[in-house]
Design a protein around this ligand. Structure first.
Ligand code: HAM
Length: 418
């Protein structure tokens, strides 16, 4: 019986893992510059945390969550996103605010897999909790653009919108419902449900007929209260000061209920249908909604697989280990001593114990080639007698006999070039 990985999941092979490590390192450099600290949260939470935070009418809650009942009869859900868990953790652990937190990790959504869309995917999420100014939202966008540049993503655009606050959103929703009622007969089944639960969610609909209808729908930004109006203006002015090109997309509502005021998305033309590198926005009511004090917050998340698709190059310099080759049982002990010495000196090294024991040279050279190593060190009876090592350059085929200190000095200087 052979098994296959579940649909929509990924096996991340070593080369790809190397790219991901590089990407994470480059992201962390930027996050450091903006004073962010890392947080880790569980991969599953009580289901209610997500249904409450993301909204009963959101696509994620209706169709995409991996929910199960554990042996204790509790309903748990694999996290579909990170914000709800982070806010829960902040409240539960009484974290001092304002705080700037980031997290890397896998998320789970039962979506139809396609290019850039998986059922298990990785996100980098950042959250600034405890600051209300629109300048923070603009700074986050500026940070994201710096992050993109640092991982060689040059081609992207920024779309922004505002979705008001509990003071002005209800008025807008009434207007929207009035508009939707006129075409109710033409709306899809899901939009009927959205209309009842949260009419703003109709803008998440992918159905062509619905989308055509929504083109003429009222715009949130034309129904803002004075505070939200000012917030949106400060936000746009700050983006201009940062020299960030952006466009306003009146249909951008981000698919999740916790948002208030500014929302934004980063789009890449390299991604095809799933063109969002990431997105986020302000969520000034979520902390209170989850049982904490009234606390403003804002943040965004980027999809790691999409960043990898959009990145134009990966200047990876991977240090390959030295391949130590033993020619028989008698020299194996010397080989193992050399391995230890090289590793003590910080030089990566490997040895094929089975083939070394048998003393087979060719299979070991072949393996060194397959691994793509640059140097092999051969120890046979001659080397043992002369207390030396044969260093073979696998690229040129040249071989020289060296004493241990010469060998280490040479390999160290080569290692420093990486
Ligand atoms: P989101 O827009 O649902 O926001 O997800 C953010 C990003 O995660 C997307 O733009 C995309 O790059 C990636 N992503 C989402 N679903 C998939 C998938 N099925 N396969 C691959 N990548 C995917 C959030 O998750 C919010 N928590 C962002 C946020 C943080 N808002 C405030 N703070």
């Amino acid at each position: 019986m052979r098994y296959q990985r579940p649909k929509g999941t990924l096996d991340i092979m070593p080369e790809e893992a190397g790219r991901r490590f590089w990407l994470q390192t480059r992201c962390r450099q930027v996050l450091d510059l903006y004073g962010f600290q890392e947080i880790e949260i569980p991969t599953f939470e009580h289901t209610e945390l997500f249904s409450r935070s993301l909204g009963e009418a959101s696509e994620i809650v209706i169709k995409e969550m991996y929910t199960f009942t554990d042996r204790g009869g509790r309903s748990l859900t694999l996290r579909p996103e990170g914000t709800a868990g982070i806010i829960r953790a902040i409240i539960e652990n009484n974290i001092k605010l304002p705080g700037r937190l980031f997290h890397f990790g896998p998320m789970f959504r039962q979506e139809r897999p396609q290019k850039g869309r998986f059922r298990e995917f990785y996100q980098l999420g950042v959250e600034v909790v405890g600051l209300a100014s629109a300048l923070v939202d603009a700074e986050l966008i500026e940070m994201a653009t710096r992050l993109f540049r640092n991982i060689n993503i040059r081609d992207f655009s920024v779309a922004v919108n505002t979705i008001g606050c509990p003071d002005c959103a209800p008025e807008f929703k009434k207007e929207l419902v009035k508009f939707l009622e006129k075409s109710k007969g033409e709306l899809c089944k899901d939009c009927h449900y959205r209309l009842e639960r949260n009419p703003l969610r109709v803008f998440d609909c992918k159905n062509e007929t619905c989308r055509k209808i929504y083109k003429d729908a009222p715009k949130v930004r034309e129904h803002l209260c004075p505070e939200c109006q000012e917030h949106f203006e400060v936000f746009q002015a700050a983006l201009k000061k940062y020299n960030i090109g952006f466009s306003i997309n009146d249909r951008l509502v981000r698919g999740i209920d916790y948002y208030t005021r500014a929302v934004f998305e980063f789009i890449s033309p390299k991604l095809g249908a799933q063109d969002s590198l990431g997105g986020g926005g302000r969520y000034d009511n979520l902390v209170e909604e989850l049982g904490g004090p009234k606390t403003p917050a804002t943040g965004f998340a980027l999809g790691i697989e999409r960043l990898l698709l959009a990145a134009e190059e990966f200047p990876l310099v991977e240090e390959k280990p030295v391949f130590v080759i033993g020619l028989g049982e008698k020299v194996l002990e010397a080989g193992i001593r050399l391995l230890k010495e090289l590793r003590d000196q910080g030089i990566p090294a490997v040895l094929n114990y089975d083939a070394s024991f048998r003393g087979e040279l060719k299979p070991q050279l072949r393996q060194a080639n397959t691994l793509g190593v640059r140097f092999a060190v051969i120890i046979g009876p001659d080397e043992l007698a002369q207390n030396s090592y044969s260093l073979k350059d696998m690229e040129t085929g040249k071989q020289v006999m060296l004493k241990l200190d010469e060998l280490i000095a040479f390999l160290k200087s080569e290692s420093e070039k990486c």
